[in-house]
Design a protein around this ligand. Structure first.
Ligand code: AMP
Ligand code: MG
Length: 426
């Protein structure tokens, strides 16, 4: 059975609705056009290692040392030379001293001699085995070692982590916890990184009210800026929060033109749907070069993209789930590129769907779902009942997003689908 076929005895796929609007821009094409417009920031700065987390490395980092610098013990125990131990019976060796992490062993062991050694201690000259202390008996200055010990066991070899002169990290890598630790392991205290991106965010709409204030009749709280702030904080950018801007041409023009002077990228939400695009379009025509797209995706159909001053401009839809999805699948990689970073593909995993899925061909869909597993461990997904693009609670509750590709049609229960765990999306 190929992965695409339904389970035997399962219902067939529900009929697929007619294909989506053929004039809409395919998501891949939208991403391609965005990528084309990105000119990476090239200014760099030196930061102290404690401030480097989340930053983008400016140039390849070659290892300045062998790490570890010496062969050393990986366990507490006894070191000895592999030559001269019995393959069959026990071997009894004389213990001539002990060695701790942080100092070299001064003596030069001879045949028939062992050294008591602690984890991290430099291996005595000529020794190439460590046997853990639990496996030996010690009596009267002698250690009795059972047979079956192998050369190289419980050692960490010089340079096995990093070799001097070899690339330890690449330009464009984002410095996470492991990378900061690795830089420290080379003894480096300052590092050259790309300067932080400056990203301006704003919410537009007369119906929006800031959290922490009473909610007048008919208004809603502005959630989009909080979502965007969370998504952007993970990217280590400098945020310029322009707040809520009313649906007023003068206020909007003032805010966007200010952002165009100060930011590398501007992200607004709302005001780009069919009913409102004209209003925003006339302002954008004055300030820069912005296109209004109808993208073949769900959620997230309307999107404005272009340039205002030196800044890239992303006019996201207003609905909160659409804001997250368009950010995650269009804006995030563009900002990573803009900040000089390497884009890493998000891995797609496979699961069987417990629900039949209705899907139009000709658009990419992201559906929220819960994850479980079959008795044999096969991942299973259950779509969340309400896929509304305003239902932010389901974005918080969902375990994963099911990704239904542009050309795929409806899928029967039991069919295989691609998904991305929410944890991988941040
Ligand atoms: P629009 O794109 O302006 O037509 O907005 C689409 C929907 O998103 C409307 O229901 C808006 O009320 C809602 N919306 C717009 N901005 C926000 C925001 N900042 N927070 C929450 N919902 C919003
Ligand atoms: Mg609106």
């Amino acid at each position: 059975m190929t992965q695409q076929e339904p389970l035997s005895g399962q219902p067939s796929a529900p009929p697929s609705p007619p294909p989506f609007d053929p004039d809409a821009l395919a998501l891949n094409e939208a991403i391609r056009r965005i990528t084309e417009q990105v000119i990476p920031v090239s200014d760099t700065e030196t930061v102290a290692l404690p401030d480097a987390h989340g930053r983008i490395l400016a140039s390849d980092l070659l290892s300045t040392l062998d790490v570890p610098a010496h062969d050393n013990a990986a366990m507490d125990g006894y070191s000895f030379a592999a030559a001269g131990v019995s393959a069959q019976g026990d071997t009894v060796l004389q213990v001539i001293g002990s060695t701790l992490a942080g100092r070299a062993f001064q003596g030069q062991p001879g045949p028939g001699q062992a050294v008591r050694i602690m984890t991290g201690a430099v291996m005595p000259l000529g020794h190439d085995i460590v046997v853990p202390q639990e496996f030996v008996t010690v009596d009267n200055g002698q250690v009795r070692i059972p047979p079956g010990q192998e050369r190289g066991q419980n050692l960490r070899l010089r340079g096995e982590d990093l070799r001097r002169g070899e690339p330890a990290l690449r330009a464009g890598q984002r410095l996470g916890a492991a990378e900061c630790g690795l830089i420290a392991s080379l003894g480096i205290a300052e590092i050259r990184v790309v300067r932080k991106l400056r990203v301006a965010i704003l919410s537009t709409g007369d119906e929006l009210c800031a959290p922490g204030t009473p909610l007048p009749e008919g208004m809603i709280y502005d959630s989009n800026r909080s979502t965007l702030r969370g998504l952007l904080n993970q990217m280590g950018v400098e945020l310029l929060d322009l707040g809520i801007i009313q649906d007023d041409p003068v206020a909007l023009e003032r805010a966007i033109s200010l952002a165009g002077k100060q930011a590398d990228a501007i992200i607004s939400s709302a005001g780009v749907s069919v009913g409102e695009a004209d209003h925003t379009r006339s302002i954008m025509q004055k300030l820069g070069q912005v296109d209004f797209w109808k993208i073949a995706m769900r959620p997230g159909r309307p999107l404005a993209f272009g340039r205002v001053g030196h800044a890239l401009y992303f006019g996201l839809p207003g609905n909160p789930v659409a804001v997250m999805i368009t950010f995650l699948f269009m804006v995030r990689d563009a900002l990573t590129r803009l900040s000089g970073g390497q884009v890493e593909a998000t891995p797609l995993l496979r699961a069987r769907t417990l629900n039949p899925i209705r899907k139009r061909t000709g658009r990419t869909e992201y559906q929220r779902a819960m994850l479980s597993a079959d008795t044999d461990g096969t991942p299973l997904i259950t779509l969340m009942a309400n896929q509304g693009s305003a239902v932010l609670s389901s974005m918080s509750r969902a375990d994963c997003l099911v990704v239904l590709e542009h050309s795929s049609a409806s899928i029967p229960a039991g069919g295989w689908v691609n998904f991305i765990p929410m944890r991988l999306l941040g």
